[in-house]
Design a protein around this ligand. Structure first.
Ligand code: SF4
Ligand code: SF4
Length: 437
């Protein structure tokens, strides 16, 4: 694609990067076929190619964002299916990241939209606040249908519906600690606790830590780590995202210096994609560029790391698992085979649901901010998964688990919970709930 940026514009390294991405796009439109918003809405401006044109026009002309571009960029799930499909290697992720930052700096959103986004940015990244918000949501849930009547309040209604009916107490596994290997030691890793996952489902990291330590891996939960910054990063709040990244880079750098780390284990693939991008996010910060690149190189999805270990023979559980491949894992990190191979080796029959490349509509806070499109994608995803007639659904991202779990009676668990069970840990409690239902 030809571009017409001035030398002055290109002096800004962010604009220069956007320009080099834009130039790679050859307008072929292959990406439209796999874009969930294009497939759902049928509007070129809700396709990757359409968005790329809108971004080019905005940046080239040095214009502030307007309502049209905000509408279509807000509808993008950042699922990155387009990057898997694109034959020209267009780095849509970093292009849309830059567009979102530009929007945040130059566009004043309507009041309710602003308030909702501010509230999400102030609550979700902080486990204590998030826990309290979920407890309050239980009281507000009866009013969800009422809020649905007012367009600008629909995100509030979506939030109330998504909140779980019960919130688990804080887990000891989320506290700073070193969990010693209980077999012959063969590695040392840190694990991300993060923000929303330990509140919504503390059992995921419990299972990961339990499995890893039984396999001979020491697991460190270092003091001071927190939200990876993905949530605010996707809102275009770059400084807030970079602050989170710097804090975590400092924490993990200390852990590396204290005892060495073979990997930084991530059990929420949405966070994994962002942590693997810290090196890029902080590339222009001389104090952090090198440390951030080292952290990104060590970041591994839990299934990626488990694939590097020799695992014992597991007995078959006689269960069929529909594996839902989270977009952040398959498109963001290109981790596609490891989870399925691990599940098969652990004795599960694994099914690939049709249209596995399409997002479930969770996408961070998308199911709150874009509830209608999200609901359509969720219904499509659940129908596809249920068509495989599984006993259980496995996924590697808490957002997908919550989204899919809200629309099906089939239990939804994290892949690592099934692996932990297969190799001697407890049966995932979600499976027990189904038996008694
Ligand atoms: S990230 Fe997903 S929703 Fe956004 S343009 Fe690409 S395929 Fe479409
Ligand atoms: S597939 Fe790639 S090159 Fe083709 S239009 Fe989409 S982004 Fe551009």
């Amino acid at each position: 694609m030809q571009t017409n940026f001035t030398a002055e514009q290109l002096a800004d390294p962010h604009v220069a990067e956007a320009e080099s991405i834009l130039r790679k796009c050859v307008h072929c439109g292959f990406c439209t076929a796999t874009c969930p918003t294009y497939v759902t809405l049928g509007n070129e401006l809700d396709s990757p190619r359409g968005r790329i044109y809108l971004i080019k026009d905005m940046l080239e002309n040095g214009r502030p964002a307007d309502e049209q571009i905000v509408t279509h960029i807000d509808r993008c799930l950042s699922c990155l299916a387009c990057t898997t499909t694109c034959p020209s290697g267009v780095d849509y992720m970093h292009l849309v990241d830059h567009a979102r930052t530009h929007i945040e700096k130059t566009y004043r959103r309507p009041l309710m939209n602003r308030l909702t986004r501010n509230m999400l940015a102030m609550v979700l990244p902080y486990p204590g606040r998030f826990r309290l918000a979920l407890q309050l949501a239980a009281l507000g849930r009866p009013f969800a249908s009422l809020l649905d009547q007012v367009k600008s309040l629909k995100p509030m209604a979506a939030m109330l519906r998504l909140a779980p009916t019960k919130v688990a107490p804080p887990s000891d596994f989320a506290k700073p600690a070193t969990h010693a290997a209980t077999a012959a030691r063969r590695g040392r890793v840190a694990i991300l606790t993060g923000c929303a996952q330990p509140v919504l489902d503390p059992g995921i990291n419990e299972a990961a830590i339990s499995l890893l330590t039984r396999l001979g891996v020491e697991v460190v939960v270092p003091p001071g780590e927190g939200c990876c910054g993905a949530l605010v990063h996707h809102m275009g709040r770059e400084e807030q995202a970079l602050d989170s990244a710097r804090r975590n880079v400092d924490v993990w750098t200390r852990a590396i210096e204290e005892g060495g780390l073979d990997a930084i284990i991530v059990t929420t693939s949405g966070c994994g994609t962002t942590i693997k991008d810290y090196g890029h996010m902080l590339r222009l910060d001389p104090a952090y560029a090198e440390k951030a690149a080292r952290v990104s190189a060590l970041a591994k999805d839990v299934t990626e790391y488990l694939s590097t270990l020799d695992l014992p023979i597991a007995e078959t559980k006689g269960m069929t698992v529909a594996y839902h491949s989270a977009c952040s894992l398959q498109h963001g990190q290109k981790v596609t085979m490891a989870p399925k191979l691990l599940l098969k080796a652990a004795g599960f029959a694994v099914k690939d649901p049709p249209e596995g490349h399409l997002c479930c509509g969770s996408a961070g806070t998308y199911n709150i901010m874009q509830p209608e499109i999200s609901a359509r994608l969720k219904a499509r995803k659940v129908k596809n998964i249920e068509s495989t007639k599984p006993d259980v659904i496995a996924a590697g991202n808490i957002g997908c688990m919550t989204q899919i779990g809200s629309a099906t009676g089939i239990p939804v668990v994290h892949t690592v919970e099934l692996l932990n069970w297969a190799y001697g840990g407890p049966r995932p409690s979600a499976l027990d709930r189904r038996v008694s239902a």
